[in-house]
Design a protein around this ligand. Sequence first.
Ligand SMILES: *Cc1c(COP(=O)(O)O)cnc(C)c1O
Length: 440
Amino acid sequence: MNYSSTNGDAQVGSLREALFQTFSSNGGLLMPETINPLPKEFLSNLHTFSFQEICLKVCTNLFGDEIPEQDLEKIIEKAFDFEIPLVEIYEKQVYSLELFHGKTLSFKDVGMCFMAELITYFLEKDKENTTQKNKEVTVLVATTGDTGSATASAFFKKEGIKVYILYPKNKLSLLQEKQLNTWGENITALEIDGTFEDCQRLVKETVADKELNEKIQVMTSNSYNIARLLPQCLYYFWAIAQLKGEKRTAIFSVPSGNFGNITAGIIAKKMGLRISRFIAATNINDVVPQYLLNGSFEPRPAVRTISSSMDTGNPVNFRRLLTLYNHSYTRFSADIAGYRLTDRRTKNTLKDLYEGYDYLADPHSTVAYAALKNYLTPESEVGIFLATAHPAKYYEVVKQTIADVELEMPSFLEEALRKEKQIVSLSSKIDDLKVFLSEK
Ligand SMILES: *Cc1c(COP(=O)(O)O)cnc(C)c1O
């Protein structure tokens, strides 16, 4: 399986190259060159397979023969040591796919854990073959919270991997910061004097910097990297498997920021998974719902909301979506509907869902739920919304919304709050970061 660029420039070869290079030579994002449909027999009998079996089958289809099957089996086993349950909210009609049972309580653990195992696998292969480089890699990540904590957890104490988490100074809550800056060992928190967009720019420029990459190999775990995105296809299959032979087709509502999650869903559909359509659910940072309304894509600065992990004004994966639909607005908008929710309505819906249906969702998952309710036609469709974070991960907002909510602080968060922070402060200038990295 080869990977090609959304810019249409020179193609990158293998999964391994796509993983370590992140971008094509002139800064394009990478995509699998072809997406092959899975056998009908497999697709119509999903409910008869285990999670492991489904992962193996889908990964083999995605990655081709680059990784031998028994190695792939081990990677899958190590990466996914948590459940991904489909929880019924209204009887046989609305379901929540709970993607937040990994270590850091957000769906980002799924792609990240797989990516970390993949890197470890290739590094170990290199050790066997000493002529290869890649013996040590530096992983950079820009974050407002969830991506950073998932990266830290997935790479913690992994041999040959150093992680630098870039986050904007004074922009995160204490609970969010502590999940990023209390790790130690091979994880370093870099507090950047700038905005989240500055952090993203720093990561992108550093990863693409030829001079620096001759000294140290730099890559990123942001969703620029296709190796983090592709494993996210897996849970779409697992969701349908858990519907156990349901006759109606499924509609997925995806709470979206950089649109990696929904891109993975579209790829799953391209592999033949029976999905009627998708809803791109956003907060007021709604450039994609706007595009769906009028066909023009106009990035703009992000605005802060209570679903802060979706505060993106220029979604990274929009180019990948365009590529999947051959730049056809007609095809794009036939598959995906857009929906936006204000913070006030998010709070009201979060409350209604808790009081009316005894289901506590985090603000991001709530946005997806509201969007689903708006579009679902129950006779012909089953609705699934992706629950992307544990409600306690957004403890402050949930507590503010429902004063008397019973919400226990999971041990991961409690521990993070208790630990001392260790940070390095840097300006938002690329040269400062480059000097810092090359001196390490
Ligand atoms: C990152 C994140 C999102 C947005 O996912 P994208 O793949 O960037 O669209 C939604 N919800 C939560 C909780 C997140 O952490």
